[in-house]
Design a protein around this ligand. Structure first.
Ligand SMILES: Cc1cc2nc3c(=O)[nH]c(=O)nc-3n(C[C@H](O)[C@H](O)[C@H](O)COP(=O)(O)OP(=O)(O)OC[C@H]3O[C@@H](n4cnc5c(N)ncnc54)[C@H](O)[C@@H]3O)c2cc1C
Length: 267
């Protein structure tokens, strides 16, 4: 058994602006009096551009710039923080869907991945294949709730060691070392995994748009959610807050509940 200290999250990609394209568009609509906010993340500037494009609210009305302004708009908000703050308040969250963040979640269990993939809207997943990857050791995170009890911890270790040996014994029974045909190896590997524990450590890559991440963080760091998914989505929340402070400006850590909460839910 390879004991895992803690599941870990890595931010591996996020949406970036293509500044030349955005500038060319702004030039073509008459050079509005608007610039990307240097204090905001690329993705946050993209969200603001999406919103301003919808309402033609790049700047207060100027009849000389009919494609960049509109007669209904006399004042515009300044700064990405204030702009996105108003979007969150009014619940116009669809523009948050333009920005993605991709994470690799390492040493997470199939308990966790099964819960995560229930989130469908705005999400993409790639999960380590246990048909291809044969289990010769069993990486395993023992939850804190089990570690807190010495008898429970030793029961976990005993069962995992037994299941790990079972994987090796099955490989021996079927002579895996001598099989060259990959299809046969895959079929057998898939059969063996039925005797692997659902708590086995594995890896998943997940991409979500920021509207979806807000929803998932709220649901899955809640005290009603499961121990492991709370830890992993808690790490995702911290990264999102750091990377996209304006989009997550209304998210704060409630130390009593030990959960990330939002002033504006379901934007
Ligand atoms: C504490 C907790 C306990 C749970 N217990 C169980 C359980 O016992 N059994 C179980 O099966 N599941 C359980 N779940 C999973 C839960 O039911 C959802 O499947 C999961 O959280 C995905 O969330 P979501 O439905 O908001 O989907 P997401 O894909 O995250 O969707 C985001 C939002 O988009 C909208 N949306 C998405 N798809 C549709 C659609 N097809 N039609 C209309 N609107 C849509 C909804 O507003 C939805 O909230 C639990 C979840 C939690 C957090």
């Amino acid at each position: 058994m390879r004991q895992i200290d803690l599941p870990k999250v890595y931010l591996v990609a996020k949406t970036m602006l293509e500044p030349d394209g955005l500038e060319a568009y702004l030039r073509d609509i008459g050079n509005p009096d608007w610039k990307t906010d240097p204090n905001a993340a690329d993705g946050e500037n993209l969200i603001e551009a999406a919103g301003r494009m919808c309402y033609r609210s790049w700047q207060p009305y100027d009849p000389e710039k009919p494609e960049a302004s509109n007669p209904n708009v006399a004042n515009v908000r300044k700064g990405n923080d204030a702009y996105i703050g108003n979007v969150l308040k009014s619940g116009h969250g669809s523009i948050l869907e333009h920005v993605n963040a991709t994470f690799i979640c390492r040493n997470v269990s199939r308990v966790f991945t099964h819960e995560l993939v229930r989130h469908r809207a705005g999400m993409a997943y790639s999960q380590e294949s246990l048909r291809y990857v044969r289990l010769d050791d069993l990486p395993f995170w023992i939850p804190d709730s089990a570690r807190a009890n010495a008898e429970a911890q030793s029961k976990f270790e005993e069962v995992i060691d037994f299941l790990e040996n079972t994987q090796k014994e099955l490989a021996g029974i079927f002579g895996m070392a001598d099989i060259e045909d990959f299809t046969t190896k895959k079929q057998l590997t898939s059969m063996f995994r039925r005797l692997a524990p659902i708590g086995i450590g594995t890896t998943i890559m997940v991409t979500g748009n920021l509207r979806a991440w807000r929803h998932i963080i709220a649901m899955r760091t809640s005290s009603h959610a499961e121990e492991e998914i709370r830890i992993v989505t808690g790490q995702i929340a911290e990264i999102c807050k750091e990377q996209f402070p304006n989009v997550f400006q209304d998210m704060s850590f409630d130390s009593r509940e030990e959960a990330w909460i939002f002033s504006h839910s379901k934007v």
